[in-house]
Structures are given as C-alpha cells and as structure tokens.
Design a protein around this ligand. Sequence first.
Ligand code: GLP
Length: 237
Amino acid sequence: MKVIVVKNAAEGGKQGFQVFKDALANGAKVFGLATGSTPISTYDEITSSDLDFSHVTSVNLDEYVGLGPDHPQSYNYFMHEHFFNKKPFANSYLPDGLNKDAEAETKRYDKVIADNPIDLGILGLGRNGHIGFNEPGTPFDSTTHQVKLTESTIAANARFFDNEEEVPKYAYSMGIGSILKDKQILLEAYGEEKADAVKGMIEGPVTPDLPASSLQNHDKVIVVIDEAAASKLSKKY
Ligand code: GLP
C-alpha cells in the first residue's frame, strides 16, 4: 500500500484528482465509484476540471434496498448531485435499490461488473472498517450480495435521515472479491473517527473482521488519509 498523509480532505481531493487523472491518461476505461462524504472533495476536483472522461464508464459500489433514484438519500441521487449532473460519464451503473428480487439484482450487477472490469476503484472507509457495504465478517471472495446493515452503520448513516427508523436496513453491495479485482484502488479516509479502521487496514492482521484489511492482499492500492485518520498509526508514512 502506498500511504499519503494530507492535512485535510480538501488536500486529499487534490491527491484523489491526480490519481484519477493519471489513470485516465494511462487508458482507464472504467472507474469504480463510492458514495459518502469522503470522496466529495475528489469528485469536486474532477467535475470542476477540464478532464474529458465522456468516453468512459463508472460502476458504483452499492445502493440502499428500497430507495429509488428520486429519493434524496439514495446513492443514485447522491451520484447525480455530486458527480453525474456536473459532468457525466458515457455510462454509469449502480445497483437498482427498487428491485426487490435480491437474487436477480445481485446477479445482474455481477454481470455489469464482469462486462466492465474496473481500472480504478475509489473507496471510502466505514468506521468499523467496511468497504462498500461489506460489513465485518464478509468473506474476501464475496461477489455482489444483499447486506443486512449493522447497528453501527445504521447509526452512522442516520445523520442523513430525519431519524434512525428511516435508514434502510438492507443494501446491495459489490463484494470484497469483486473490489479486489479492481486493477488499482484509491481509498480515502478523513477524520479521527476513522483512525482505528485505518490502523487495522494498514497495520493490522488481514482478517474479515476488518474488511478493509483485505486491501493488504492487493498490490496497487493508494491510501489517502488526513492527519487525524493517521493519528493511530505506529509509524510515519
Ligand atoms: C457508507 C458507504 C461506504 C462509505 C461509508 C463511509 O456506509 N456504503 O461506501 O465508504 O459510508 O462514509 P463517509 O465517507 O460519509 O464517512
């Protein structure tokens, strides 16, 4: 893992932009994208740049089950607001949260991923070390699946909803096995509440108890973190 420590998320966005730009210059055709507050500074840099990515594809990590593209808390809505409406890709894929048939939807999304192998995957990090919505305990060879969200993730995401009851209890998520097939990965994490997960991801044992530790098994990972998220690391990077 290449670890880059920055002052804050704004600086991280500049690093993220550079990684995206380099991948594009090297011929990347498919970008894996994440939601959450973390990648916003990178997305802002990308969408306000003059980069031309109108010929490439994006594939998102996950979506809440039960929320459609018109729901302001759906990841589909988020991606349009923070990225696609500002500057679109040629094609953009997300799991369909309104498809109640989990088996059909996860199968369909696995085919989307197989047909569009990801050159650069952009990831955030959950406080418990989850990537996408792959909660602790998810096998490292998992493909797209329906996830029952943990209490801690529901609580963490409740800030975006009127109250905790409104937070969906299930999501569709790309699996860890699928994420590990990305040719290159950029993971960003900012803030003190990510420091434990960051330490486990970089320095801890590789274990399904901390899904992001699986990235130690990937040979092309760039981690961009701020000083607060880096505060529990045992050495300087
Ligand atoms: C959600 C998403 C993840 C994201 C995580 C962290 O659970 N499914 O993809 O990485 O939240 O969110 P944030 O970046 O807002 O801290």
